[in-house]
Design a protein around this ligand. Structure first.
Ligand code: EPZ
Length: 429
């Protein structure tokens, strides 16, 4: 693992245009769905980020050829269906590897996937994924830390996929993928409504699946005999777009964001408006600019269409500079606050009470060496660094590279003083 870090000299107002890439969290399950398909799949706008590369590596082990064409499109085609096992080594690196569970069971009728552990954002159970596989008729057991699921055939069913924290995004994806090749009709109740789930369903339909209701809590999948490959473009990454919106706001800048769908960011834009940030719709995106004074707000993360947990950390960086006290409550991953102590090192005044953080606005943040802990926390620290007085060193940016493509280049093109350097602190993991 390369230990690179970002050095940021804060204070520049960001101005200019930025193009948002394809959504990592839509691309990953869609790539995994290649396991279900006969024939070639061409995917456009798959971001070139570490998580995508890790999944390509896993897919190759599972007998899927995965290569980038010269034009950047990702080409996937199943070559061999023998291996059905995703080992700990790769699942440990990337929890989203769990999204091969549904397609492997659906197509190959057996699967062995290492049980994912927790991660920096907290406990991450997969009970709902397993419940879905069982409902479809699979026998599921845990053998030496691996989930082993088998089925002679899968049968359509009705399933309820709600848990204590609401719906599950990848769990809904797994259920949908396994059900596409099952016999009969499957109804998924309390399905996740996230745009990434809709994108997966649209992709599967283009391959020949019969899915309706995507984007609502009830998804119906009518089983088909075969899925074929197709050519498909991944939706824009709403989280990358939201991150650049905060970059504009936190530097009092003005950024034109291209390839961004505001209908995927309603709750986020609503909260930005309450803070006093202007988001003006354009043909292919929006222009974001900020008033000098930032209002304090209350915000609670929720499943889509609510405020996304994946933008909680970034918004918190902005709220550090609001004129008053804000309240941020995390309802999806109640421990997802690893950025908080690091922001405090930069002069923020944050106090946590359970799943809520009280953000006492300060006049300025000051540069400091800080440690990234997960993907979105890293982005929050970069944003804080852009606005801070002095130099911020964001260590361990390998977290950030998992999900943001060329972030430093994009920020530099907008006028930020940010450099990627080799070295940095290892520290405890
Ligand atoms: C997806 O993870 C995303 N990852 C996450 O993005 C995102 O934070 C999350 O959805 C929520 O929006 C990908 O798409 C690759 P969940 P996922 O299952 O599907 C509980 C990022 O930064 N739960 O929707 O794994 C769970 O603990 C990442 O890009 C169960 O109880 O999340 C959580 O509280 C991080 N049992 C809630 O549901 C289960 O079996 C939602 O999690 C599964 C989940």
């Amino acid at each position: 693992m390369s230990l690179s870090y970002f050095e940021i000299v804060g204070g520049n107002r960001l101005r200019g245009n930025v193009r948002i890439g394809g959504a990592k969290n839509a691309a990953l399950p869609i790539m995994a769905a290649s396991i279900l398909c006969d024939g070639e799949i061409i995917l456009h706008d798959v971001p070139n980020v570490a998580d995508v590369n890790s999944l390509c590596e896993l897919l190759r082990k599972l007998g899927v050829d995965a290569d980038r064409r010269e034009d950047g499109a990702l080409r996937l085609i199943v070559r061999d269906e023998m291996n059905c096992r995703a080992e700990y080594d790769i699942v440990r690196k990337m929890r989203a590897s769990i999204c091969v569970l549904g397609p492997l069971l659906g197509k190959r009728r057996k699967v062995q996937v290492s049980m994912p552990g927790g991660c920096a954002i907290g406990d991450r159970p997969v009970d709902l994924h397993l419940r879905a596989m069982e409902k479809l008729g699979a026998e599921v057991e845990l053998v030496s830390g691996d989930i082993v699921a088998k089925a002679k055939k899968l049968k359509g069913c009705e399933m309820f996929l709600g848990g204590p924290f609401g719906s599950t995004v990848l769990g809904t994806g797994n259920a949908m993928m396994a059900a596409t090749l099952a016999e009969g009709v499957t109804v998924i109740e309390m399905a996740a409504c996230e745009p990434e789930v809709v994108d997966l369903a649209n992709f599967l339909n283009k391959c020949g699946a019969k899915i309706t209701g995507q984007g609502t809590p009830r998804i119906t999948v009518e089983g088909v005999k075969q899925l074929k490959g197709c050519e498909y473009r991944i939706i824009p990454d709403r989280i990358e777009a939201g991150t650049f919106m905060v970059a504009a706001a936190i530097t009092n800048g003005e950024i034109k964001i291209e390839n961004c769908r505001l209908d995927h960011l309603m709750a986020f834009v609503d909260r930005l408006a309450a803070v006093g940030v202007s988001v003006e719709k354009t043909d292919f995106g929006c222009i974001v600019s900020s008033a000098r004074r930032l209002e304090p707000i209350e915000v609670t993360t929720q499943p889509f269409p609510g405020f996304p947990t994946d933008l909680q950390a970034q918004l918190m960086s902005l709220l550090c500079l609001a004129d008053g006290n804000s309240i941020v409550t995390e309802k999806i991953f109640p421990d997802r606050f690893m950025h908080m102590p690091e922001l405090n090192r930069m002069g923020a005044r944050l106090r946590r009470e359970g799943a809520t953080v009280v953000v006492q606005g300060v006049k300025k943040l000051v540069g400091a060496p800080v440690m990234a802990s997960d993907l979105r926390a890293s982005a929050a620290l970069v944003l804080a660094g852009l606005s801070a007085r002095g130099v911020t060193k964001v260590n361990r940016i390998y977290h950030l590279l998992r999900g943001y493509e060329r972030m430093e280049d994009k920020l530099r093109a907008l006028g930020a003083e940010i450099t990627r350097k080799e070295g940095g602190q290892a520290g405890d993991d």
